[in-house]
Design a protein around this ligand. Sequence first.
Ligand code: G6P
Ligand code: BGC
Ligand code: BGC
Length: 923
Amino acid sequence: MDSIGSSGLRQGEEALSCSEEGLPGPSDSSELVQECLQQFKVTRAQLQQIQASLLGSMEQALRGQASPAPAVRMLPTYVGSTPHGTEQGDFVVLELGATGASLRVLWVTLTGIEGHRVEPRSQEFVIPQEVMLGAGQQLFDFAAHCLSEFLDAQPVNKQGLQLGFSFSFPCHQTGLDRSTLISWTKGFRCSGVEGQDVVQLLRDAIRRQGAYNIDVVAVVNDTVGTMMGCEPGVRPCEVGLVVDTGTNACYMEEARHVAVLDEDRGRVCVSVEWGSFSDDGALGPVLTTFDHTLDHESLNPGAQRFEKMIGGLYLGELVRLVLAHLARCGVLFGGCTSPALLSQGSILLEHVAEMEDPSTGAARVHAILQDLGLSPGASDVELVQHVCVAVCTRAAQLCAAALAAVLSCLQHSREQQTLQVAVATGGRVCERHPRFCSVLQGTVMLLAPECDVSFIPSVDGGGRGVAMVTAVAARLAAHRRLLEETLAPFRLNHDQLAAVQAQMRKAMAKGLRGEASSLRMLPTFVRATPDGSERGDFLALDLGGTNFRVLLVRVTTGVQITSEIYSIPETVAQGSGQQLFDHIVDCIVDFQQKQGLSGQSLPLGFTFSFPCRQLGLDQGILLNWTKGFKASDCEGQDVVSLLREAITRRQAVELNVVAIVNDTVGTMMSCGYEDPRCEIGLIVGTGTNACYMEELRNVAGVPGDSGRMCINMEWGAFGDDGSLAMLNTRFDASVDQASINPSKQRFEKMISGMYLGEIVRHILLHLTSLGVLFRGQQIQRLQTRDIFKTKFLSEIESDSLALRQVRAILEDLGLPLTSDDALMVLEVCQAVSQRAAQLCGAGVAAVVEKIRENRGLEELAVSVGVDGTLYKLHPHFSSLVAATVRELAPRCVVTFLQSEDGSGKGAALVTAVACRLAQLTRV
Ligand code: G6P
Ligand code: BGC
Ligand code: BGC
């Protein structure tokens, strides 16, 4: 039963003028009627073809392979779960675009109790035609006006109003409250709205209106509102179908199937936007001349071809075109038309529904036709009813084919043999047309026999569902506010950073003068960077970072390094001093044996990355341990002596300890070997610190006024006198309190690798206690100290990682999180590491400015040798440091050089310089 059209009818214009050729005879007329109605018949095979083609388009669009003008859009909506039924509160809902020219405002109360419903209050407003086709601002101003008019009349508390915006047009959503209109559909064509965020437009209009303070929390397609408003029943309601002025459906898709989303878990509601489906192969055979005429005369010719066969805006118009045609052919109304019959939009969906309704009776059909200025006879009434039935049956069948495609898609993605699902239906065509739903349901059963579908009519036009989404969005927005409040103290502005720089300058000056200061500014007795003439083989030790190393450094025309890493167990680092130094000597002996160096007494340089007061190059009194070290009986002792004593205890080893060097100094020397402008050493690793070349005349306590000396700032302790109190957050306090050196190294504890993970962990604990993260469930793992390593920050913040990988990293830690959680954890990491890098930058800015001023230069070009795992591994740390320095020290051109060989090499170079100088004095 193919639909046939006479050759004449394929040409719309010709067909409409045939009455001029005289009235047809009775048999001609019944043939004409048959031909005409036959065009609206769609075979089962055609429906199946449409179903298959639509399914193909849907799957293609999901995979992100859609052509530039996609047949269906498959737009993710940011609604991730169907309602729990626990949502509660009062919400204002504004509906625009679902039902013709009307705009609806609702006051919805969600009780949070299943089965306990409060009837929403609502008011409908008619949007004037000139507003629907006018400037966008006018439309949104009209909406804002309707809102306040509605609210004025409500006897309710109007404080803190939260609004859900049901906007039923194809939109690209980028969040629950961000949605860009792709194109108008149906009867709307307001200028300046396509490509704009409609939430922002509404917010602006509400602000302009000025009557109420309303927060637009969520924007929702009508299909989504319909689905979400469905009472939780036996089976999940995972499809929303709307046949109103236009038509569309949404359904819950597996997030991993939606290519545009960076998500592999959970589900997301996808708005199909099937109205734009227009596959020529599948739709072409069912398009009638009337469809072409209708499209041609519509506001958006060529677009929404599928919708134009189904949506309520078009059904009356199709009927009108057929009736006008039949009248012109002389088959109806004695060959007479009327001005109304010939004007677009004179037959509405309501008329069609009524005329088709068997309970209405012929008298009503008669009356409707008379209102159109026609004089129908008895046979006309019957024929008009047939036309209505043909047009609407086709609409319901086509809609069923589309719904069957959605169900097949759902079934494929769920990998289920038989799909049990509830479809929430809404829209005036579904609600008011006497047969639409039954034809739809019957056809769906035929086309998707493997799906067991129940249809649930929406109760209040989706308003409740919009309120549900708004409730969820409001909760998320509240969480975001809490997150922002929590992170606000980590976000430092220019003035705060400039204040840190200034404080640092003050503390440096005091420290150099030997006055009380949290910066010790320790002289290192290193007076020059290497000049390249150093030669020889040296041993080096490197203690205090992530790894303990023993190295053999051969300095010829270049530097060759052989090294071994040894572990220092925590029991040793925090045991007795003797144990620690015996262990170090054991490692040296092992190294010497491995390298065939036993019995040789090579000069040794010792990188010892802790604060030491040096009295010479080979004498360093440990002031206090930092980082994870706490070996007893070392503080206040000369570290070189402790090492020599251990060597003596071990007998049979001879070592010649020449120099003790801080890692910052080692790094500066090591980079200085390559670049003579390197006069600063910076470490951002387990701990943090800097050294730089200071004018000797500024250094109290070291004789001599000319030349320079490298000063170990020990900036990790900056602020230990309380001068950074204004920057300290409660999380810094918690980390400090739980550390092995409370109230010490306050600057270091805001910057370095040993602490950043802990700061993040404390913030996560706090956010969990506020219910913002992990659904408020306390997670045992998160209580464990140091569970959140700083290297996770580097991994999580890596740009190349998708959010799903962030989640995988955190799940490996035993943190079961949602994608919202993952995003928040990422933001926490960013805030913490950004503050660290900026504080570090403020420190470097203080140092370079000091050097510039020392030398009385307008501009300074200087290099900084840098080392440390955080600086090297974190994806953004180094660039943030550099940016901060540029901002705070604009007159300095600072180059950062990453040290490749560690500070052991630098220690060997210091030793080499010392040996060279010693030889010179001997000579
Ligand atoms: C250098 C050194 C270490 C130093 C470290 C800082 O290159 O060789 O002794 O302490 O870098 O980095 P880390 O991240 O290991 O603390
Ligand atoms: C719109 C859809 C909407 C449907 C039903 C269509 O014209 O593009 O977003 O869901 O009408 O209102
Ligand atoms: C130490 C410094 C060292 C820095 C980097 C700090 O804890 O006090 O001496 O340079 O860590 O390793």
